[in-house]
Design a protein around this ligand. Sequence first.
Ligand SMILES: Nc1ncnc2c1ncn2[C@@H]1O[C@H](COP(=O)(O)OP(=O)(O)OP(=O)(O)O)[C@@H](O)[C@H]1O
Ligand SMILES: [Mg+2]
Length: 231
Amino acid sequence: MITLERVSKQYGESKTVLALRHIDLTLRRGERVAVMGPSGSGKTTLLNVICGLDEPSEGRILFEGLDLSALDDDARTRLRRDKIGMVFQTFNLMPTLSTLENIALPRRLQGQSRRESEHQARAMSERVGLSHRLDHRPDELSGGERQRVAIARALIMNPPLLLADEPTGNLDSATGHEILELLHALHIEFNMTILMVTHNIQAAESCRRIVTLRDGQIVRDAVTATAGEAH
Ligand SMILES: Nc1ncnc2c1ncn2[C@@H]1O[C@H](COP(=O)(O)OP(=O)(O)OP(=O)(O)O)[C@@H](O)[C@H]1O
Ligand SMILES: [Mg+2]
């Protein structure tokens, strides 16, 4: 569903950083893939070029056969909103909006009515176990609850691709485990493709495939032995 062909990303003019070097990577529909690698190896950059937040300096990215570089900014923004869910380490919720409003936001931005989008958001909030926190603002929620809001928001459009950048990085291990279990259950239910950056080997091994980056290159791309019990 997504293919990277010799994708490189260079930052800066004089003190250049080659954050990605000639990445070839294909993710199939429904795959759950972990990205590992040391700090600075290019994991976040990889997610950013896939979702179109950053443009590759070289190479091309095909999303469901569509060449991302051929799209203008508006089309790229729409693609990100409608087809790609994103979850971050720091949750990135809108601080002034309630749980329900945060989850409904992508549908509101798409132009849906408040009534219709909040109807959908309510169903999604139930799915992630938040129906008792609908009126709370993010600062009135625990870390685990905030990440549940972010996951519900990421999936409200039912996107074929979910990108997660260290989704449990700011959570204690028990809460992190719950969030991974939730992602696991949602993956089985919705069958989206998941690409998840993690430093946690257990989180990585819950995926079927682990891609390891070092200095902007893929140094390993392996199917895990322990995953797959759910498949
Ligand atoms: N906007 C930017 N401008 C210049 N250099 C950047 C920029 N963003 C990232 N870099 C550099 O690109 C390299 C890869 O960064 P990236 O954020 O992708 O690493 P990462 O693997 O996600 O690391 P971490 O595990 O610490 O999150 C790093 O050397 C970083 O300093
Ligand atoms: Mg990062």
